[in-house]
Design a protein around this ligand. Structure first.
Ligand code: SAH
Length: 371
């Protein structure tokens, strides 16, 4: 553990407005803050020294005031289709994971928001490792920076265009840091992500969904996973606090960005929630709501007491929903071979011996300043 006593504030966790104010307080013109912001967002640099349009004295002044460090990439694994999972070591030694997924014309990054998770969902591996702490704003942003650097180092021409907050943790349980990170990510003068391409996935913390609707309405995904309260509460303990009726009402009222629909995520678990009757029950509760359903065949793991239904069962469930006029897709599970699928991310205790040198070397090649 390297818990620094007088740790410098990490510059990646600041809004441009905050940076400008700080620069003025430091006796520097505000436009210098804009230059720095450009370097840390668009250029994804690692150090102040790379900011070549800044006077050397300012670069060293900034270096003495701010931290600009990124988490250390301690492991990278790719599967045969190019989905890549990264393990990142934070300043205090905790390890989180993020997953970079290639799509037809862009990349999607699955971002973590907490170390571990406190929600305790019965089908999710992250839950089994318990909750350690919220991620700081800079730790959320750093995942995007690292993904950008990785793509740059590979000479990828396709852009990182979508961010899904579906990694480790419950995003809405780290609310204020999430909102600030979203604001930084959307800022046109920096990362410039389109709001409809920022998807927040939640287990259904209703009061926070209303807050999000007010503060920063993004694309929304709800982990529903059951068509009635009884089953939902068995699978998702926190659902006892938020019955379906009030959750569905919150979905109905959530602002629709560019006429987008809220995604209903529904894991299909063999003999638990995958019957035809349950599909019909689901249609009933979703009738008239501005939603689309994404079915996620359960990703099994030896530590989890559930199984994945066979493909025919999945198709049958989908068919029922489609027949009721509900837009329904089946999530093609990516990254399962490398344990990077939904619900397969977990907090780990880092043992250096568990990371082979070959992987580590490749890591340092792109995590050091790009020439
Ligand atoms: N806490 C947030 C985001 C993280 S989970 C949420 O609950 O939405 C991201 C998605 O993966 C959720 O829909 C979650 O329910 C799903 N998931 C969890 N465990 C899974 C598993 N074993 N197989 C398939 N999907 C899983």
């Amino acid at each position: 553990m390297t818990n620094k006593v007088d740790a410098k504030a990490n510059i990646r966790g600041l809004l441009l407005e905050e940076l400008r104010e700080l620069f003025v307080e430091l006796g520097e013109p505000a436009y210098r803050a804009d230059q720095v912001y450009h370097w840390i967002t668009c250029k994804a640099v690692l150090s102040f020294d790379e900011m070549t349009n800044l006077p050397k004295t300012l670069r060293s002044k900034l270096d003495s005031i701010f931290s600009i460090s990124l988490p250390e990439v301690v492991e990278i694994i790719s599967d045969s289709e190019g989905t890549t999972k990264f393990a990142l070591k934070l300043d205090d030694g905790e390890v989180i994971e993020m997953v970079l997924i290639p799509e037809r014309d862009h990349f999607t990054l699955c971002v973590s928001t907490q170390v571990g998770c406190a929600m305790g969902c019965k089908f999710c591996l992250t839950a089994r490792t318990g909750f350690r702490r919220n991620l700081e704003v800079n730790e959320i942003i750093s995942q995007v920076v690292l993904a950008k650097r990785f793509l740059l180092s590979k000479g990828e021409i396709l852009p990182l265009r979508n961010l899904v907050f579906m990694g480790m943790g419950e995003p809405l349980a780290n609310y204020s840091n999430l909102i600030k990170a979203l604001k930084i990510l959307e800022d046109k003068r920096g990362f410039n992500f389109s709001r409809k391409r920022l998807t927040v996935s939640t287990v259904g913390l209703v009061d926070k969904i209303y807050n999000l609707a007010q503060d920063f309405p993004t694309a929304l995904a709800i982990s529903l996973h059951a068509p009635n309260d009884r089953l939902r509460q068995q699978l998702i303990p926190v659902a006892k606090k938020y019955p379906l009726e009030i959750l569905l009402e919150a979905i109905k009222r959530f602002p629709r960005i560019k006429n987008g629909r809220t995604t209903i995520e529904y894991i299909l678990i063999k003999n638990v929630n995958d019957s035809k009757i349950q599909a019909e029950e689901l249609c009933k509760i979703l009738r008239g709501l501005p939603v689309k359903v994404n079915l996620i065949p359960f990703n099994p793991h030896p530590e989890l007491p559930f199984e994945r239904p066979d493909a025919e069962k999945v198709r049958e469930f989908q068919r029922v929903l489609l027949e009721h006029g509900i837009l329904t897709t089946v999530r093609k599970s990516k990254g399962i071979e490398i344990s990077a699928g939904c619900g397969q991310l977990r907090r780990r205790i880092l043992e250096s011996s568990s990371f082979p040198n070959a992987t580590y070397c490749e890591t340092t090649a792109w995590a050091s300043p790009l020439s």
